[in-house]
Design a protein around this ligand. Structure first.
Ligand code: CA2
Length: 146
Protein backbone atom coordinates (compact mmCIF):
# COMPACT_ATOMS: atom_id res chain seq x y z
CA UNK A 1 0.00 0.00 0.00
CA UNK A 2 1.27 3.51 -0.83
CA UNK A 3 1.30 6.16 1.85
CA UNK A 4 -0.18 9.51 0.97
CA UNK A 5 1.59 12.77 1.75
CA UNK A 6 -0.21 16.07 1.24
CA UNK A 7 1.90 18.99 0.01
CA UNK A 8 -0.13 22.11 0.74
CA UNK A 9 0.59 25.62 -0.46
CA UNK A 10 -0.85 28.94 0.64
CA UNK A 11 -1.49 32.35 -0.85
CA UNK A 12 0.40 33.78 -3.81
CA UNK A 13 2.57 30.70 -4.28
CA UNK A 14 0.75 30.27 -7.61
CA UNK A 15 2.83 33.30 -8.70
CA UNK A 16 6.15 31.52 -8.17
CA UNK A 17 8.56 31.95 -11.05
CA UNK A 18 6.67 34.92 -12.44
CA UNK A 19 7.71 37.65 -9.94
CA UNK A 20 10.31 38.34 -7.25
CA UNK A 21 12.84 35.78 -8.59
CA UNK A 22 15.48 37.40 -6.36
CA UNK A 23 13.66 36.10 -3.27
CA UNK A 24 11.83 33.02 -4.48
CA UNK A 25 13.89 31.88 -7.48
CA UNK A 26 12.87 31.02 -11.02
CA UNK A 27 11.04 27.76 -10.41
CA UNK A 28 7.28 27.77 -10.91
CA UNK A 29 4.82 26.01 -8.61
CA UNK A 30 4.44 23.39 -11.37
CA UNK A 31 8.22 22.82 -11.14
CA UNK A 32 7.93 22.41 -7.35
CA UNK A 33 5.08 19.95 -7.88
CA UNK A 34 7.16 17.92 -10.37
CA UNK A 35 10.04 17.83 -7.88
CA UNK A 36 7.71 16.64 -5.10
CA UNK A 37 6.18 13.95 -7.33
CA UNK A 38 9.65 12.67 -8.33
CA UNK A 39 10.80 12.58 -4.70
CA UNK A 40 7.47 11.07 -3.64
CA UNK A 41 7.96 8.24 -6.13
CA UNK A 42 11.48 7.61 -4.84
CA UNK A 43 10.19 7.47 -1.25
CA UNK A 44 7.09 5.42 -2.06
CA UNK A 45 4.62 8.23 -1.37
CA UNK A 46 1.48 9.15 -3.24
CA UNK A 47 1.57 12.94 -3.44
CA UNK A 48 -1.51 15.15 -3.16
CA UNK A 49 -0.30 18.60 -4.22
CA UNK A 50 -2.61 21.60 -3.69
CA UNK A 51 -2.51 25.40 -3.59
CA UNK A 52 -5.06 27.97 -2.51
CA UNK A 53 -5.15 31.69 -1.84
CA UNK A 54 -7.90 31.25 0.75
CA UNK A 55 -7.31 30.64 4.47
CA UNK A 56 -10.52 28.63 4.89
CA UNK A 57 -9.69 26.40 1.93
CA UNK A 58 -6.27 25.72 3.45
CA UNK A 59 -8.01 24.69 6.69
CA UNK A 60 -10.17 22.33 4.58
CA UNK A 61 -7.07 20.90 2.85
CA UNK A 62 -5.42 20.23 6.22
CA UNK A 63 -8.56 18.53 7.52
CA UNK A 64 -8.73 16.43 4.33
CA UNK A 65 -5.24 15.12 5.12
CA UNK A 66 -6.47 13.33 8.27
CA UNK A 67 -5.09 9.77 8.22
CA UNK A 68 -2.28 10.61 5.77
CA UNK A 69 1.37 9.72 6.40
CA UNK A 70 2.30 13.39 6.54
CA UNK A 71 1.79 16.97 5.47
CA UNK A 72 4.41 19.28 3.94
CA UNK A 73 2.96 22.73 4.55
CA UNK A 74 4.01 26.05 3.08
CA UNK A 75 1.26 28.26 4.47
CA UNK A 76 3.02 31.33 3.01
CA UNK A 77 1.84 34.58 4.68
CA UNK A 78 -0.79 32.73 6.78
CA UNK A 79 2.17 31.19 8.65
CA UNK A 80 2.60 34.53 10.38
CA UNK A 81 -1.08 35.33 10.98
CA UNK A 82 -3.33 32.30 11.28
CA UNK A 83 -4.58 30.76 14.52
CA UNK A 84 -7.13 28.84 12.40
CA UNK A 85 -4.36 27.00 10.53
CA UNK A 86 -2.53 26.26 13.76
CA UNK A 87 -5.71 24.78 15.26
CA UNK A 88 -6.25 22.68 12.10
CA UNK A 89 -2.70 21.29 12.21
CA UNK A 90 -3.13 20.41 15.89
CA UNK A 91 -6.53 18.85 15.29
CA UNK A 92 -5.58 16.43 12.49
CA UNK A 93 -2.61 14.96 14.39
CA UNK A 94 -0.75 14.17 11.13
CA UNK A 95 3.04 14.70 11.23
CA UNK A 96 3.47 18.09 9.57
CA UNK A 97 6.65 19.69 8.31
CA UNK A 98 6.49 23.48 7.91
CA UNK A 99 8.52 24.53 4.88
CA UNK A 100 9.51 27.84 3.34
CA UNK A 101 11.40 28.58 0.16
CA UNK A 102 13.16 31.60 1.62
CA UNK A 103 15.10 31.91 4.87
CA UNK A 104 12.38 33.72 6.78
CA UNK A 105 14.85 34.57 9.58
CA UNK A 106 17.00 36.58 7.18
CA UNK A 107 13.97 38.69 6.22
CA UNK A 108 11.61 41.18 7.91
CA UNK A 109 10.91 40.75 11.65
CA UNK A 110 7.24 39.91 11.06
CA UNK A 111 8.34 36.75 9.20
CA UNK A 112 10.32 35.52 12.21
CA UNK A 113 7.18 34.51 14.07
CA UNK A 114 5.18 31.47 13.00
CA UNK A 115 1.88 30.41 14.57
CA UNK A 116 2.54 26.95 13.13
CA UNK A 117 6.07 26.14 14.33
CA UNK A 118 5.03 25.15 17.90
CA UNK A 119 2.56 22.53 16.61
CA UNK A 120 4.48 21.01 13.66
CA UNK A 121 7.05 18.20 13.77
CA UNK A 122 9.78 20.41 12.32
CA UNK A 123 10.60 23.43 10.20
CA UNK A 124 12.75 23.70 7.05
CA UNK A 125 13.43 27.03 5.37
CA UNK A 126 15.84 28.72 3.02
CA UNK A 127 16.57 26.00 0.47
CA UNK A 128 14.20 27.05 -2.31
CA UNK A 129 12.25 24.13 -3.82
CA UNK A 130 14.67 21.75 -2.05
CA UNK A 131 12.92 22.72 1.21
CA UNK A 132 9.96 20.64 -0.01
CA UNK A 133 12.19 17.66 -0.90
CA UNK A 134 13.79 17.83 2.55
CA UNK A 135 10.30 18.00 4.07
CA UNK A 136 9.29 14.79 2.27
CA UNK A 137 12.50 13.06 3.38
CA UNK A 138 11.86 14.18 6.96
CA UNK A 139 8.43 12.51 6.85
CA UNK A 140 9.98 9.34 5.40
CA UNK A 141 12.42 9.23 8.33
CA UNK A 142 9.81 9.55 11.05
CA UNK A 143 8.72 6.47 12.97
CA UNK A 144 5.35 5.32 11.69
CA UNK A 145 2.49 5.20 14.17
CA UNK A 146 -0.06 2.42 13.64
O1 CA2 B 1 9.56 31.61 1.78
C1 CA2 B 1 8.42 31.13 1.73
O2 CA2 B 1 8.16 30.04 1.24
C2 CA2 B 1 7.25 31.95 2.29
O3 CA2 B 1 6.32 31.04 2.90
C3 CA2 B 1 6.63 32.64 1.09
C4 CA2 B 1 5.50 33.60 1.47
C5 CA2 B 1 5.95 34.56 2.58
O4 CA2 B 1 4.85 35.36 3.00
C6 CA2 B 1 6.53 33.83 3.78
O5 CA2 B 1 6.97 34.78 4.71
C7 CA2 B 1 7.69 32.95 3.35
C8 CA2 B 1 5.08 34.42 0.26
C9 CA2 B 1 4.64 33.60 -0.93
C10 CA2 B 1 4.40 34.53 -2.07
O6 CA2 B 1 5.06 34.01 -3.21
C11 CA2 B 1 5.28 34.88 -4.24
C12 CA2 B 1 5.91 34.33 -5.34
C13 CA2 B 1 6.18 35.10 -6.41
C14 CA2 B 1 5.81 36.42 -6.42
C15 CA2 B 1 5.19 36.98 -5.33
C16 CA2 B 1 4.90 36.20 -4.24
Amino acid sequence: MTDTVHVLNGPNLNLLGTREPGIYGAATLADVEALCRAEGEALGFDIVFRQTNSEGALVDFIQAARGARGIVLNAAAYTHTSVALRDAVSAVAVPTIEVHLSNVFAREDFRHHSYLSPVVRGVICGFGPQSYVLGLRAIAGLPQTP
